[in-house]
Design a protein around this ligand. Structure first.
Ligand code: UDP
Ligand code: MG
Length: 154
């Protein structure tokens, strides 16, 4: 697993409105992951439907799109070894009532329809989501000052 694996993490409208951008970013920073791109965006219904296309047949799809379209979203790319799987672990289970304390959802959320954050579920989907949410060149490539203190080997 390369230290350059990237995942797409988004703070949903409830997380933004509840002032959780800082606390959520802190968890990824403190773990040692590197921020590669960030923007506050309201991409609109069609974009959100594309993001959640795999769920379009689910009964909760319309309310999910309405929720995601209800305010700005903080869209980010986080980079590091095993960033996709570890990102999901930092987020916690989809249903916050089943999320362990210490995870973002386990500490900040109760309802599944207000679970404050999104994280890619596979490396393949991470690449698709990054391509959907960010334009070419929006992700920044740099060596984090702490790199050699986080990784034994690159
Ligand atoms: N969701 C919902 N009701 C459900 C399942 C999911 O409202 O029964 C919402 C929830 O916000 C979740 C999103 O749909 O985060 C996407 O669902 P997915 O199964 O992909 O969960 P995630 O990958 O976000 O953990
Ligand atoms: Mg998902």
């Amino acid at each position: 697993m390369a230290a350059s694996e990237q995942t797409f993490i988004a703070i949903k409208p409830d997380g933004v409105q509840r002032g959780l951008i800082g606390p959520i970013i802190s968890r990824f920073e403190q773990r040692g992951f590197k921020l590669a791109a960030i923007k506050l965006t309201s991409p609109g219904k069609a974009h959100l439907e594309a993001h959640y296309a795999d769920l379009s047949e689910k009964p909760f799809f319309p309310s999910l799109i309405e929720y995601m379209n209800s305010g700005p979203i903080c869209a980010m790319i986080w980079e590091g070894r095993d960033a996709v799987k570890t990102g999901r672990a930092i987020l916690g289970a989809t249903n916050p009532l089943a999320s362990a304390p210490g995870t973002i959802r386990g500490d900040y959320a109760i309802d599944v329809g207000r679970n404050v954050c999104h994280g890619s579920d596979s490396v393949e989907n991470a690449q698709k989501e990054i391509a959907l949410w960010f334009k070419e060149g929006e992700a920044v490539s740099y060596k984090a000052a702490q790199f050699d203190w986080i990784y034994e080997k690159p």
